[in-house]
Structure formats: structure tokens, C-alpha cells
Design a protein around this ligand. Sequence first.
Ligand code: NAP
Length: 245
Amino acid sequence: MDMKGKTVIVSGSSRGIGKAIAERFCELGAQVVVSGTTESIHAVCADLRAAGFSATAVQSDISRPEGAQQLVDAAVEAYGTVDILVNNAGITRDKLLIRMEEEDWDRVMDINLKGTFLLTKAAAKVMMKKRTGRIINISSVVGVMGNAGQSNYAASKAGLIGFTKSIARELAPRNITCNAIAPGFIETQMTDGLPEAVKEAYLKSIPAGRYGTPSEVADLTVFLASGQSAYITGQVIQLDGGLHM
Ligand code: NAP
């Protein structure tokens, strides 16, 4: 798969899945805008550049309109355009409903769902003019099947699925595809923090008998960004070792 000359934005790429996706695009020849809210994003960018890749870092909060716009502005300024947008930034604030505060609900919605809306709107303006583009939203299997203790997160990820299908319909005439990936349990800092008992219970319910890796999410992301997937749009592809069928 060749991504030479392609400009890619990956939100939330300072670690975990987003970082693996950004690295994979770089390895395939793309130029990448990496993003995060903390200083660590500059080190990620420096490492990519040291490896000979073309990368630009933006430290911003994508749940704020100016924070989302900054990513698109950086891509246009550095590379002249945006070809591929990966909406990956996301957080959890897990609590049972009766313990969940309004702030827990709002923050998860603001980053996972509103941030994706803001960034997609900003990037779509560039893609629509070119009449080509790829948008990949990182949802979750939890958005399809629900999960006790994650009502805010599951609602945000289910919202992303409705968003994906609507944007796919709106932008298909402009040769822009929009698909969602719904990963199951992927080994990252997000899942590291879960209690051992929860992790073991997950493992027992995964037919493949193992957790997924960020690299496997990157494999699917680059496929959905490639020329080989031009006729796939509005789809939710589960990557979960059979956790939910
Ligand atoms: P992670 O290790 O916690 O990384 C999250 C990334 O998002 C970090 O780079 C973080 O950077 C960034 N981020 C958070 N808030 C942000 C904001 N407001 N603006 C910009 N960037 C922000 O998570 P992960 O496990 O790699 O997950 C990545 C995505 O996959 C998420 O959307 C998650 O919901 C989804 N997912 C994960 C799993 C899993 O099992 N791990 C399963 C299904 C779906 P800073 O800390 O610098 O802000």
C-alpha cells in the first residue's frame, strides 16, 4: 500500500492506537499531522522526524472549535491539503449511571463526539473542494453492544456510528468515503488501567483468545484510507477477535 504524497491528520496520536496509526502512515510514505493535548506530542513528532518521516505536531484540545481547526490549518500550511482524516482522539470516564456526574458525561461527549464533528467539518471543507478524501472514525464495539459502567462512552461511540453513516451519505457524491472502525479490547494505556478481574473477564469472552494490538487497528485504518477501499463507505467494521458478532 502506497501513501506517498498523502497528507493525513490523526487526532489523539501521542500514544496507543493513534500513535500506531500515525507511524504506519509515515512508513507508507505519507506526511502526518499528529495531535494531543499534552507536551508529549512534540516528542512523538520529533521521533518521527528523526526516523526520516514528515510530521507536524499540534498540541490542542479537539473539543474546542479553534483546537480542531488548528489541526487542519497545520496540515494545509505544512503540506497544502488534507487527504485523510482519522478521528481517533477519545477518553473514558467509566462509572455506573447512578454515580456518573454531569461532568463525566459532558467531557466524554465533548471529546469523543463533538471533537469528531468539529474536526470533520473543518477537514471536509478542504476535501470537498478537491472532490476526494477519506474519513475514518475510531468508534468502539461498546458503541454497538453497550457496556455496564460505560454509558457515556458507549453513547458517544454509538453517536459516532450515526455520524459516520450520515457523513458517508452527504459526502459520497464528492468522492469522499467515511467509515468507522469498532475495535474491541486493544492493549493500550486506556485499557492498562482496568482492574485485572475486568481484563480476565474480557479475555474469556473473546473467541480469538487474546487482546488486539494498536498495529492491527492501523492495518485496517490504512486499508480504509487506500485506493483499494474506494467503494466502501458508511460501514462500521468490527475489529474485536469475535467479541461481538
Ligand atoms: P489512549 O492511549 O488513552 O490515547 C488517547 C489519545 O487521545 C492520546 O493521544 C491523547 O493525548 C488524545 N486525546 C485525548 N483527549 C484529547 C483531546 N481533547 N484533544 C486531542 N487529543 C486528545 O487511548 P487508545 O486506547 O489509544 O484509544 C484511541 C481511540 O480508540 C479512542 O477513541 C478510544 O475510544 C478508541 N478505542 C480504544 C479501545 C481500546 O481497547 N484501547 C477500544 C475501542 C476503541 P493527550 O493525553 O496528550 O491528550
